[in-house]
Design a binder for this molecule. Structure first.
Ligand SMILES: C[S@@+](CC[C@H](N)C(=O)[O-])C[C@H]1O[C@@H](n2cnc3c(N)ncnc32)[C@H](O)[C@@H]1O
Length: 184
């Protein structure tokens, strides 16, 4: 398991600002369209919190939470979200620091490929999702999405798990995918 240290987190923050704005805008727009007023949203592996900061500027009504294994990433996310009521925590996707049924929407971007135990991680996403809640995982297209899809079907008892290509505006090639499932 990689833990982002201080320098690695700072470097990632700078690269993310330059390269990932289109993906963050796309994810924030997807959440904006799906979330009811005041909905609780958890971003797992939030990194430097760029997507949450963008989401806050679009939807200040949402209850935003971010969790990440790296305390350095959480420090950066704290800075990106200063002035917002977003709550940020250091924690592992395999043992999320939230009670059952906490969130309407659980999202994650570019983090799943780093999770060593995909079944356990996805069982945790299901545990913290409210009945009827949605999970949306965005990651690189070449990640182990078949295992993740199986785990989503199992953990959410989801009727449908969708796997779709994601191509943010201006991106020349489709590098990303989105897996979505709705909790029973
Ligand atoms: C490539 S970064 C992506 C950050 C952000 N979501 C984004 O899209 O820019 C991957 C993040 O996942 C976090 N991460 C990796 N394994 C994790 C785990 N087991 N639990 C929680 N976060 C994890 C890393 O610390 C890192 O911040």
């Amino acid at each position: 398991m990689t833990t982002f240290g201080e320098k690695q987190s700072r470097d990632y923050d700078q690269r993310a600002t330059r390269l990932l704005g289109g993906l963050y805008r796309r994810i924030a727009a997807d959440i904006d369209a799906a979330a009811h007023p005041g909905a609780g949203v958890l971003d797992v592996g939030t990194g430097p919190g760029k997507m949450l900061a963008l989401l806050y500027s679009r939807r200040p009504d949402l209850r935003l939470h971010g969790v990440d294994l790296s305390s350095h990433m959480i420090d950066l996310a704290d800075a990106a979200l200063s002035g917002s009521p977003a709550e940020l925590s250091v924690g592992d996707v395999a043992a999320l620091p939230y009670p059952d049924d906490s969130f309407d929407l659980v999202v994650s971007s570019l983090s799943m490929h780093e999770w060593p135990e995909i079944d356990r991680a996805i069982a945790e996403l299901a545990r913290v999702s409210r009945p009827g809640g949605t999970v949306a995982i965005y990651d690189f297209r070449f990640t182990r999405s078949a295992a993740a899809q199986r785990a989503l079907r199992h953990s959410f008892e989801a009727v449908t798990v969708r796997r779709e290509p994601v191509r943010p505006r201006w991106h020349p090639i489709g590098m990303y995918l989105r897996l979505t499932a709705r909790a029973a």
